[in-house]
Write a protein of this length. Structure first.
Length: 430
């Protein structure tokens, strides 16, 4: 039997019972619907610190233990043994695919990588220094104006075609944004290449000479993408769910997710970490920088540190730090001053009372930029890379929500503190 909690209004004596609901793992949640019905009150939880916004079977995080599971599989095992498209398939379909299922999925993704030619013309409307995230979110939203054959959200096959299209086309759109910022011609996708190798080719090849794809770079990207693929109800995923809950076109919902991801508190942190490291400059300046972080008047944060859910090491950060050594070694760049600086910064911060007492640890973004830089991805594209990977998670969550027959529009309430009712005053009497 589920635990029941009695809530009583001390003034009126009215009470109600809230039932606890249990998941497979993790804390119970209270069904608070009776609060409004029986006591006439809402709950108040700015930032959703203690609110489970939905039921989900996709990803589980234990923030105290530093655990991350996709469909029950530890991210460490997937990072070691799987590849990004298999993980995307797992997130979307719910179980590990057979060889035939994975081949079919990879084939479908490969064959959906081209985008409508008219869509490519959109880039000409952007100034050369437009941020790639602005271009990507706009072009993804514009996809709603193109792929009309698969936007019936109540048709499972339509949903599936949408899922394959968006995962396949986002790297192509990202590459077009990058090429536009360089003023270079767009490079079409190649069906003989795997997902990340194709992306590197679209980013770095030029029509006038052969481009050799570095397998180390492709492998590193694939691993980073596995680690970024999903993270339960984070801000951008919740944004995709909220936008999608209105029945909006799914491309519009994903575009909303791209926009939410851009902020420095979320996916924009990877770009901000490198800006920060460059600003610090050398290990000699770490103490001064941390003094500014700790002085709240300065409004400076140690970017890549802290997390709403992890109050322990982010398991993804551990993997990426290990990967930094391997990738930099393989690329012959072990003398990376930024990596050295970030290691020292982490070491000092982890011993500092300010960070220890607040349980602030390095998160996934602390080291990812070092790897992106090492493989030649420009800083302005870091968050776009995150968006490509997270699209797998966004799609899985959107699918889970839309295929639920009990889906309702997401519509939170508020604590209103504005003026009470007042009468309009004509302008000459104000
Ligand atoms: N540097 C300095 N102080 C921090 C930091 C930080 N990076 N993060 C949290 N704090 C302090 C904060 O000032 C507060 O202190 P106090 O209790 O004295 O007021 C306390 O720690 C709790 O912080 P919070 O802002 O209430 O925590 P939150 O859960 O609302 O925010 C966060 C989580 C990730 C937005 C925040 O830790 C942060 O801004 N980190 C830096 C940005 C970053 O790296 N973001 C990437 C997150 S992981 C990838 C992703 O989600 O996309």
């Amino acid at each position: 039997m589920n635990t029941k909690y009695e809530i009583k209004n001390g003034l009126t004596g009215k009470s109600t019972q809230l039932e606890a609901m249990s998941g497979t793992i993790g804390p119970d949640v209270l069904n608070i619907a009776p609060l409004l019905k029986d006591l006439g009150v809402f709950t108040f939880d700015p930032g959703f610190m203690a609110t489970a916004s939905t039921e989900s079977k996709i990803t589980y995080i234990d923030g105290d233990a530093g655990v991350l599971l996709y469909r029950g599989y530890p991210v460490e095992q997937l990072a070691e043994k799987s590849c990004f498209l298999e993980v995307a398939n797992l997130l979307i379909y719910g179980s590990l695919p057979s060889k035939a299922q994975l081949d079919a999925f990879q084939n479908s993704i490969t064959r959906h990588t081209m985008v409508n030619q008219q869509l490519l013309r959109f880039f000409q409307g952007f100034h050369h220094d437009a941020h790639p995230m602005a271009m990507v979110s706009a072009v993804v939203a514009s996809m709603a104006a193109f792929y009309h054959d698969s936007t019936d959200i109540n048709d499972p096959r339509h949903r599936e075609i949408f899922a394959h299209r968006i995962i396949a086309k986002l790297p192509t759109i990202a590459a077009a944004a990058y090429k536009h910022s360089l003023g270079q011609p767009f490079i079409y996708p190649r069906n003989d290449l795997r997902y990340c190798a194709n992306m590197l080719n679209m980013f770095f090849a030029v029509p006038c000479e052969a481009y050799a794809i570095d397998p180390v770079a492709a492998e590193a990207l694939d691993l980073l993408f596995i680690l970024h693929a999903d993270h339960e109800q984070n801000a951008s995923t919740s944004t995709v769910r909220l936008a999608g809950s209105t029945g909006a076109n799914p491309y519009a919902a994903i575009s909303a997710g791209v926009s939410a991801l851009w902020g420095p508190a979320h996916g924009g942190a990877n770009e901000a970490v490198l800006d920060m490291l460059e600003g610090i400059g050398s290990t000699a300046n770490i103490d001064d920088f941390l003094a500014r972080v700790k002085d709240k008047r300065d409004n400076v944060r140690l970017m890549g540190f802290g997390h709403r859910v992890y109050k322990n090491f982010d398991p993804r950060a551990k993997i990426i730090r290990g990967m930094c050594y391997r990738v930099l070694e393989k690329l012959g760049r072990t003398d990376s001053p930024l990596f050295e600086l970030s290691l020292r910064l982490e070491e000092i911060a982890l011993k500092d009372e300010y960070f220890v007492s607040r349980k602030l640890y390095p998160n996934v973004d602390f080291y990812s930029g070092i790897i992106y830089s090492a493989i030649g991805i420009p800083r302005s594209m870091f968050t776009v890379m995150f968006a490509i990977a997270r699209t797998a998670g966004w799609v899985a969550h959107w699918q889970e929500m839309v295929s639920d027959p009990h889906m309702r529009i997401g519509r939170p309430r508020q604590l209103y503190t504005g003026p009470k009712k007042q009468d309009y005053v004509p302008i000459e009497r104000r």
